[in-house]
Design a protein around this ligand. Structure first.
Ligand code: GAL
Length: 710
């Protein structure tokens, strides 16, 4: 016998009391979602038939971190989640309705460049080349977080259309009153007529047989994001070298030109850890062969080895589309989709046999000679650069699902089939990713170049478990060059991408000193940044994040021109050609100037000028914060080994910080082989204690530097 639920009975009775008959689209046409608890504050639900659907979480780099999730406060199932309803229509569209409240703020939906706040907007989440707004982007992560302390991941690799409080249901009790927009002369208009009357729910839909949902309930937005990242396997942990300075050479450079350029870095005394080779390193590109071009790189093993001897890693540009000149082309042909991209076949990497072919070639031609990572290009593309929605793939995976997940398949394959297998961490780049991807050490980049968008990206990425590289390529002036260098050096990946411009850090002679000082500062901040990444890995706390995610600052208003670098440094970069800017410091805490240690303010609005920061970016530190830094400047991250740590103390309060150490290169940290210091500063002295001591030490002794005069 079928059981009828109580809410259904009540709604039916209420419905029967009304005089008008209920019509299709009434709320009774929707069903309440049934959630199953996975861990504290994490619930899952399945709508429809998931057998032929791909869940993003199935492609995650690591399984959900249930241990860490269950160590958090048990938040139960958020009220909003308990009220989620869904419907499936005759065309196979599954729609989900999540009730919202007045004043609720909605953030997330991936790496969006225009905003981090998405209340009262419609988004179409689709992997696409850069686009400003609307949802089409390199990382259209279908996860949102609400200011009410919950979030939802739509965990199915499909295009997702989201109406955030747009579209009023006739049966809602919370619709605004109608307003006569054209009252007669003797009547006053009752209020503003709204073209988009606010609705009372987030309504999202996919066209699919099934949709998986993951609901997160937390104490605040940062807690919800952290739980989402832990569900996704935790945050990525780059090797220490990945956090040094990266330089990509022009697309047609050869080995000798590259080595000469590297020598120039040393001559100019500018740090460098990674050289990125662009398409011309291959025999043919694009489409690609993945084999070294002998006319440019006659002896790739020697070349990569000579760079490694100098402490410099090699990163290779690739796109996945295989040239007919590639030795692996014929083997991959039957394992590829119906349509090509730039005349290269598109391998179906959901198939183990296709993966095995590529991985064997990459291992032999790249990993075995010491290559450290990839830049996986063109896995986004506009409609006319990718395969059409009617393309077919031998595994039966739909073209739509393939488009939404191709970047993740690439990361999944390279990560498990090469880097984990060789017990060598990578820090790599990819131009498209999607849900549940936070554990991948792949950073997103773009061909767009708006400086303000690049800074907004740093905030929006933090809501989505994504790492974003606001790379520097060129500039219209020395000032712009300096300002862009600031931003990229305070991001997850500090990269100069000179593939087309041929620029070098010293290309703007009058800016070279400022550029050198900024890159050196990034290097000195490595212990602080690496520790922030450890917190990302262990607890899911994004290393660089929006101020809206900081529970201590109580910032409510969207201001994406500032962001947090690590737990305690607020950055308010100069944009474009600015030599001064207005900074509105959050209220609550006193903030201190990073460079001078002087009190900057608390909730204050001020104008900061480049002439007063010594051409460094405006940076502020929370009262009492300790910032562990290298005591000296270095040009390679390997020189950080055994270097003394200077712990800077800002402000008047006593404070504490952590310092993380591991072997910096292998996956031993995933087995708990690392050290975590808790460092306290009291009465002008440092008190470091080792909270976890299961790995090798890396840095040297610690000393205190009081930055604020007392
Ligand atoms: C673009 C990519 C650039 C550069 C270029 C090389 O698609 O975004 O960063 O790698 O390809 O052809």
């Amino acid at each position: 016998m079928q059981r009828t639920s109580l809410p259904f009975v009540l709604l039916t009775v209420l419905g029967a009391c009304q005089s008008a008959p209920r019509l299709a689209g009434d709320i009774t046409d929707t069903k309440l979602v049934t959630w199953t608890r996975l861990a504290r504050g994490v619930h899952v639900a399945t709508l429809g038939d998931l057998r032929n659907e791909t869940r993003y979480s199935d492609l995650a780099a690591a399984p959900p971190r249930l241990d860490s999730l269950n160590a958090r406060v048990d938040t139960g199932l958020a009220d909003a989640l308990a009220r989620v309803r869904y419907s499936i229509d005759a065309d196979g569209r599954i729609a989900v309705r999540i009730p919202t409240e007045t004043g609720e703020r909605i953030h997330g939906y991936g790496l969006q460049f225009d905003k981090t706040m998405h209340s009262r907007r419609i988004l179409e989440l689709k992997v696409d080349h850069f686009n400003k707004g609307g949802g089409k982007t390199h990382a259209p992560v279908p996860f949102f977080v609400s200011s009410r302390g919950y979030g939802v991941l739509f965990d199915t690799a499909r295009y997702l259309k989201v109406h955030n409080e747009i579209g009023n249901r006739k049966d809602s009790t919370r619709n605004p009153e109608e307003v006569d927009r054209n009252p007669p002369p003797d009547e006053k208009q009752a209020g503003p007529w709204l073209a988009r009357p606010p609705a009372d729910a987030i309504e999202a839909s996919v066209r699919a047989r099934g949709l998986a949902l993951v609901g997160f309930s937390g104490t605040d937005m940062l807690d919800v994001v952290a739980r989402y990242n832990l569900f996704s396997g935790g945050g990525a942990m780059p090797p220490l070298w990945g956090l040094g300075f990266w330089h990509r050479t022009p697309a047609k450079y050869d080995a000798a030109q590259t080595e000469r350029e590297l020598a120039e870095f040393d001559r100019y005394d500018i740090p460098i850890d990674v050289i990125g080779l662009e398409p011309g390193w291959q025999t043919k590109s694009y489409p690609c062969t993945f084999e070294w071009q002998p006319k440019r790189f006659p002896s790739p093993g020697t070349f990569v080895g000579r760079l490694l001897d100098q402490g410099v890693r090699t990163n290779l540009w690739v796109n996945p589309y295989v040239s007919k000149h590639a030795p692996i082309h014929d083997a991959l042909y039957p394992l590829s989709g119906s349509h090509m991209v730039w005349l290269g076949i598109v391998p179906d990497y959901t198939l183990p046999e296709a993966r095995a072919i590529l991985l064997e070639q990459h291992q032999r031609a790249h990993l075995d000679i010491g290559v450290s990572g990839y830049k996986v290009d063109e896995v986004d593309g506009y409609d006319h650069w990718l395969w059409p929605d009617h393309a077919t793939f031998p595994s039966g995976t739909s073209a739509e699902t393939m488009r939404q997940s191709y970047g993740m398949h690439m990361q999944n394959m390279l990560m498990s089939g090469l880097f984990q297998k060789n017990d060598r961490r990578t820090y790599s780049l990819v131009r498209a990713t999607n849900g549940a991807c936070s554990a991948y050490p792949f950073v997103i980049y773009s061909d767009s170049y708006g400086h303000d968008q690049y800074v907004t990206g740093l905030s929006s990425a933090s809501f989505a478990g994504v790492l974003w590289c606001p790379e520097i390529r060129s500039a219209g002036s020395e000032r712009e060059w300096i300002n862009r260098m600031h931003t990229v050096c305070l991001s997850p990946l500090a990269q100069l991408n000179a593939w087309a411009s041929g620029t070098k850090p010293w290309s703007y002679p009058n800016a070279t000193d400022a550029v050198r000082r900024m890159i050196q500062l990034r290097m000195q901040l490595l212990p602080y940044l690496y520790t922030a990444f450890a917190r990302y890995h262990l607890d899911g706390i994004p290393p660089i994040r929006s101020l809206l995610l900081d529970p201590d600052t109580h910032v409510m208003r969207e201001d994406n021109s500032m962001f947090l670098f690590g737990p305690d440094i607020l950055v308010a970069p100069f944009l474009d050609e600015q030599t001064e800017r207005v900074v509105r410091l959050p209220s609550g805490d006193d903030w201190y100037d990073f460079h001078t240690g002087r009190l900057a303010g608390n909730g204050a609005t001020m104008t900061i000028k480049a002439e007063h920061t010594g051409d460094m970016p405006p940076m502020f530190v929370r009262d009492g914060a300790l910032i562990p830094m290298l005591s000296r400047k270095i040009n390679r991250t390997r020189d950080a080994r055994e270097m003394p740590i200077e712990v800077r103390h800002y402000g008047r309060r006593e404070g504490s910080c952590e310092l993380y150490e591991d072997d910096t290169e292998t996956f031993a940290y995933t087995r708990g082989v690392y050290r975590m210091w808790e460092i306290e500063c009291r009465d002008g002295a440092l008190y470091p204690s080792l909270r976890k001591a299961d790995g090798p030490s890396y840095y040297g002794a610690m000393t205190l530097r009081e930055m604020t005069a007392r």
